[in-house]
Design a protein around this ligand. Structure first.
Ligand SMILES: Cc1cc2nc3c(=O)[nH]c(=O)nc-3n(C[C@H](O)[C@H](O)[C@H](O)COP(=O)(O)OP(=O)(O)OC[C@H]3O[C@@H](n4cnc5c(N)ncnc54)[C@H](O)[C@@H]3O)c2cc1C
Length: 394
């Protein structure tokens, strides 16, 4: 039978990390599942691009419950490593530094303390002793989240999709969902024919605003394109990038930097997004590159200056530049919810720069929600109704 003649148990729209993790959970529960992706996989147009993401539990207390979710996800990532024999997790301490915004660092320390996770506070010179590649003034406060890690992002998505296929799941890429007609059997009109399904999960990343508007939902999302610069270690510099550079986030300037797992002897540096900040750069995901020239120049100037000041063992000209998109919510927290009028449609969006590490648990929750099962974690903090409601007539 052709895909388009079947009524699927569940269709997941969006083949990024969230859709792939959700589809795998559904297939593992024996649900006949189809994963639809608009671009040919793998692609570099969404938010899951690249080979490195950071895993950390140093969250401000408002999002303290994320520490548990990340711990749960980390053990699921390790199960995926066991299933596939592919090494995905690389241990690496996560360091937060601040001068002006020290209360945020203290709040993150309290989250780790409450969760019983090891951490320490260190000033600029103590940080340098532990991580010789860093230079921060003595007055800076640093928080070291000892159990931080990195994940091989591109490999992780490939593993999720491979195990999904092994469990009987079907992936169709190059298929863009154009319209959704809700009902007991939901109809999806796509660029490649019409598909029918009893349940639907929408994990459309930066395109979520468009897709959800088509079924009358208008979450407050801001799509923010971001430039990622790879900076190479200077020739002869007496440091080891792998040993002497942590995953680092500067709470004052919202700069994030960490060793790249893609390119040897380089760090990856960008503006990071950990919560609701509006840097004023927004775009439609289909026109991401159109207005980027001015932003690229401004970002590069700031980040190069940052490298000169704080990481003097690195060249301050990027050897590679990539682009990626954050999909932010006003409070920097995820949205995981079901359609208020159509309970067989659920959606996950607004992952605001910290979604990747949590994807296995997000996939589990979206799967449980669409199958009407009790959820493994409290999903009320993720509900769309925490924002003022704005729905159209659909
Ligand atoms: C620069 C940067 C750094 C980050 N760093 C970290 C980090 O260190 N740690 C961390 O945990 N997180 C990090 N994140 C966040 C994390 O990468 C994202 O939260 C996560 O990748 C979001 O995945 P997604 O599946 O929601 O989106 P995507 O990966 O964009 O996937 C959505 C998919 O849906 C598809 N789609 C959309 N509309 C349709 C349609 N109509 N029909 C068919 N397909 C459709 C898209 O093509 C896309 O492939 C970072 C993000 C960025 C941008």
């Amino acid at each position: 039978m052709a895909d388009t003649d079947a009524v699927w148990g569940c269709i997941v729209v969006g083949g990024g990390v969230m859709g792939s993790a959700t589809a795998l959970q559904l297939a593992e529960r024996g649900v006949r599942t189809l994963l639809l992706e608009q671009f040919i996989l793998p692609h570099t147009r969404g938010s899951s691009v690249g080979g490195t993401r950071v895993i950390r539990r140093a969250y401000r207390e408002q999002l303290a419950y994320m520490a548990d979710i990340v711990t749960g996800s980390l053990s699921m990532w390790k199960q995926l490593e066991d299933k596939t024999g592919v090494k995905l997790i690389v241990p690496k301490p996560f360091v937060v530094v601040a001068d002006r915004t020290v209360e945020g660092v203290r709040s993150k320390a309290r989250t780790l303390q409450t969760a019983g996770l090891p951490y320490r506070l260190a000033g600029g010179s103590a940080l340098r002793a532990d991580f010789p590649a860093l230079r921060y003034p003595v007055g800076f406060t640093g928080l070291v989240d000892e159990l931080g890690a990195q994940i091989r992002a591109d490999k992780a998505i490939k593993c999720l999709q491979e195990v999904f296929s092994q469990k009987g799941g079907v992936i169709r890429d190059g298929v863009k969902v154009e319209t959704i007609t809700p009902g007991d059997v939901i109809t999806l009109r796509t660029s490649r024919g019409t598909y029918c399904t009893r349940r639907l999960v929408l994990t459309c990343g930066s395109w979520a605003g468009d897709v959800l508007a088509g079924i009358g939902l208008h979450p407050p999302l801001q799509v923010m394109p971001i430039n990622l610069l790879y900076m190479r270690k200077s020739q002869g510099a007496p440091i080891s990038v792998r040993e002497d550079f942590p995953c680092l986030f500067d709470d004052d300037s919202e700069v994030g930097a960490f060793p790249s797992l893609e390119h040897p002897d380089t760090i990856k540096i960008s503006f990071s997004q950990q919560g609701g900040t509006d840097r004023g750069h927004t775009a439609h995901p289909d026109r991401r590159d159109a207005d980027m020239a001015a932003q690229l120049a401004a970002d590069q100037a700031f980040l190069r200056d940052y490298v000169t000041k704080h990481f003097p063992d690195f060249e301050n000209q990027p050897c590679v530049v990539e682009r990626c998109m954050y999909t932010n919510t006003p409070d920097g927290n995820f949205i995981l919810d079901r359609h208020p009028a159509h309970s067989n449609i659920v959606f996950g969006t607004g992952f605001s720069g910290h979604g990747f590490m949590a994807a296995p648990v997000v996939g589990q929750l979206l799967c449980q929600m669409v199958l009407d099962l009790p959820t493994s974690y409290d999903v009320t903090p993720f509900s769309l109704s925490r924002f003022p409601r704005k729905t159209s007539s659909l």
